[in-house]
Ligand binder design. Structure first.
Ligand code: NAD
Ligand code: USQ
Length: 396
């Protein structure tokens, strides 16, 4: 297939490009490189040294003989160019990663809130409108988030996207299927909730074929393909805005920094290893909905963990100290989470779970590049409200 990977220069996008290219697909990366600009804005850099996207593509060609095509394009701001691009390349499938994805960044200031909503909602809507206008029947696979559900399973597993309900009517009970009610916990997560409505509308009105992957927190760094050359290494975020919790604990352990648990650490979240994330995208691409079918929704996660249990596990393996800090976020201090992920298991996903060996492997990556870590960028200081901001611990 000819596959467009929107946001293909990012943490999940890059290994997905390599995986699909290695399978013989013609891969086109479309990215505005905004993530690299945000690194500059925040004064941070990936733990792993990332080459330019053009250099990464050159190395892939050298190693495998396969071509990765790169196109510099802003999906949110360049609607006409996007339409022209689609009309020229007419992809068979599109994987959409191209959004601002950090919850803390989206809550930093009013400017960051406005940027996140403008960028994410426009990127998704421009794509949908352009697909209709160019009459391209590509299967669109979007990376959404588990966070659209909120993080509580009220005792019953969270289903894959839809909820069967019964409504009392004057003539008796009526069964109905609805999108699972959204309860986003940040402006970023709110944009993914808005995306869901856009998808529902365009599938129903224009017959677009759409799959939305409600993904949990991705951890790890390498896939088989990123290991093939030093310069194919994946990006690895560790800073207080973009670093996700488990990867942060692993680098903190590697540099002797106390593990930064927010609040009681009673937050339970869904997780998936980067290798499985990439594999799930492949499985979803092979399982496209028919025209006229409702949006297909998968829960893309393999296990759930409580934050303090993860910290204790990392501490046990590495001897790191665990520190309980005031929580910069407005979120439930404790929650239970049970999630259904039957569809990917049925399609053949064999989950990579949190084995100790794998955790140590990431600590090894962190130790190798520890000299690149700026300790002053480790604290998470973006606060959800002004009031919380006065209590955030900037130097644990
Ligand atoms: P990332 O920030 O590393 O990558 C996103 C890429 O999209 C970047 O290369 C960026 O430059 C590009 N981009 C952003 N806005 C764009 C625009 N307007 N036009 C063109 N390109 C644009 O993020 P990631 O960690 O690779 O996540 C990819 C997707 O998966 C995101 O949509 C995110 O919401 C979702 N997701 C990520 C995780 C995770 O733990 N990393 C978990 C669940 C869901
Ligand atoms: N946390 C800590 N200590 C830290 C960092 C985080 O205790 O040093 C806590 C947070 O307070 C939160 C939990 O860990 O309770 C998860 O935080 P996170 O930053 O790892 O994840 P989150 O903000 O939810 O966002 C990440 C990705 C996002 C994706 C989401 C999937 O950045 O793109 O959508 O995971 S999910 O959480 O399932 O919605």
């Amino acid at each position: 297939m000819r596959i467009a990977i929107l946001g293909g220069d990012g943490f999940v996008g890059w290994p997905t490009c390599l995986h699909l290219s290695a399978q013989g697909h013609e891969v086109h990366i479309v990215d505005n490189l905004s993530r690299r600009w945000i690194d500059t804005e925040l004064g941070v850099q990936s733990l792993t040294p990332m080459d330019s996207i053009q250099e990464r593509c050159r190395i892939w060609k050298q190693v495998t003989g396969e071509t990765l095509h790169f196109h510099l394009l802003d999906l949110a701001k360049e609607y006409e160019r996007l339409k022209q691009w689609l009309a020229e390349y007419r992809p068979d499938a599109i994987v959409h990663f191209a959004e601002q994805r950090a919850a803390p960044y989206s809550m930093k200031t009013d400017r960051h809130k406005v940027y996140t909503v403008t960028n994410n909602v426009n990127a998704t809507h421009n794509l949908l409108a352009a697909l209709v206008e160019t009459d391209i029947d590509a299967h669109l696979v979007h990376l959404g988030t588990m966070g659209v559900y909120g993080y509580s399973s009220v005792g019953a597993p969270i289903p894959e996207g839809y909820l069967d309900i019964e409504i009392d009517t004057p003539t008796g009970k009526r069964a109905q299927e609805v999108l699972y009610p959204t309860k986003p916990g940040s402006v970023y997560h709110m944009t993914k909730s808005l995306d869901q409505i856009l998808f529902q509308f365009y599938a129903q009105n224009d017959g677009l074929r759409i799959t939305d992957l409600h993904q949990g927190i991705v951890w790890g760094t390498h896939t088989d393909q990123t290991r093939r050359h030093e310069q194919l290494v994946n990006r690895f975020d560790y800073d207080g805005d973009y670093g996700t919790v488990l990867n942060r604990f692993l680098i903190q352990a590697a540099i002797g920094y106390p593990l930064t648990v927010h609040g009681t650490g009673g937050q339970t979240r869904a997780f998936i290893h980067i290798r499985d994330s990439v594999r799930c995208v492949e499985l979803a691409l092979d399982d496209a909905p028919e025209r006229g079918e409702r949006v297909k929704i998968f829960n893309q996660m393999t296990e759930t963990h409580r934050v303090r249990d993860l910290a204790e596990l990392v501490a046990k393996i590495t001897g790191a100290e665990v520190k309980y800090l005031p929580n910069p976020r407005k979120e439930a201090a404790e929650n239970d989470l049970i999630v259904k992920n039957d569809q990917f298991l049925a399609l053949g996903l064999e989950p990579t779970t949190l084995a100790e060996g794998l955790l140590s492997e990431v600590v090894e990556v962190a130790k190798k590049y520890a000299h690149r870590i700026d300790r002053s960028r480790v604290p998470a200081v973006s606060a959800w409200t002004r009031d919380i901001g006065t209590r955030v611990d900037r130097d644990p």
